[in-house]
Write a protein that binds this ligand. Sequence first.
Ligand code: NAD
Length: 370
Amino acid sequence: MREVADVGDDLGPAKVLHVREPALSLRAVLVVDNVARGPSIGGLRIAPDVSVEECFRLARAMTMKNAAAGLPHGGGKSVLWGDPRMPTDRKEALIRAFAHALRNERDYIFGPDMGTDEVCMAWVNDEIGRAVGLPAAIGGIPLDQLGATGWGLSSSADVAARRCGVPLEGARVAIQGFGAVGKHAARFLATKGAVLIAASDTRGTLVNDGGIDFARLMQLKESGRPVCDYPEGHRLDRDAILDVPCDIWIPAARPDVVREDNVQRLKARLVLEGANIPITAKAEAILHAKGVLVVPDFIANAGGVICAAMEYRGATQAAAFEAIEEKIRANTETVLDRVAKEGILPRVAAERLAIDRVRAAMTTRRFNIM
Ligand code: NAD
């Protein structure tokens, strides 16, 4: 296994902290990547098999995402090695012990990730007062319930759809993954006149060219039923969502769902990446060459992290939603301007935007002193 020292570069990581508490069999690691823009924010993941190198890559992704979102935060990530489905009392003991061990590590603010949720963040907050994604009862903004990321996607859609000549009024939308991100994207896009014509989940794809009532579909999903239980429309297999001709295609499920081997199936004019890395780099390049505009994940889906950063400052829900709209609209404009001017891929433009912001911040900080 490669060590972080082999993969680090001039941006980071700033530190890698291993935590062990033998009495509890606690083993965990924190990677703080870069804090030039401010204390790092990133999730605490509980998993049995994440390497330190992978933790570093996830921390770097947060550096990029937070910088691209224009937040005064760097990127970090922590991993607690264990079974995410362990009994709650053991999970609480481990998380509290890990947080306590990092009580003086002011360069890192905990957030939820795979294997942790708002209750876990409440435990961290109780220990050290440094966590985002808290329950509403202690001042948290329930971002998945409110649809912060879906709101951000619809803000990005406003800008991107105009750029590729797709009026949102009447635009036909297909969404892969009708969960927290997908269903709220459908809801906010509907308020702008877009029509949901297809949606999928792990159990299948529902297609209805006449339009799907997103509110009825949301209600159905929230009662635990699959999208294919919606009474009107065609029911197809899970991956048939890739073949649905539409104006806007939104992957909001899993990484790497569009690859070189299936990218030709997509028949959309605009793709807004709701999930993280849903399309491989090669497939993104193929879409670009075909004239399909793809707004990269960390530009389009930053609503959740912007909401979390606003929560950390004690902002109201309304202020958080205003910040999401303003930042994501501006970032989408900037990225698409660079694409048009420099003839580069949207992802390259997005990465440059983020790195420029990190480097600009680094020139103002003491680690600039040789
Ligand atoms: P979720 O669990 O609420 O919803 C995911 C949905 O996708 C579920 O309906 C599930 O049935 C469906 N799904 C899973 N695999 C599928 C497949 N192969 N084909 C079709 N449907 C499939 O999760 P979420 O919070 O909506 O997150 C979705 C994605 O977006 C994840 O990759 C997540 O990391 C990313 N993301 C989420 C947020 C957020 O604010 N929640 C922010 C940024 C990125």
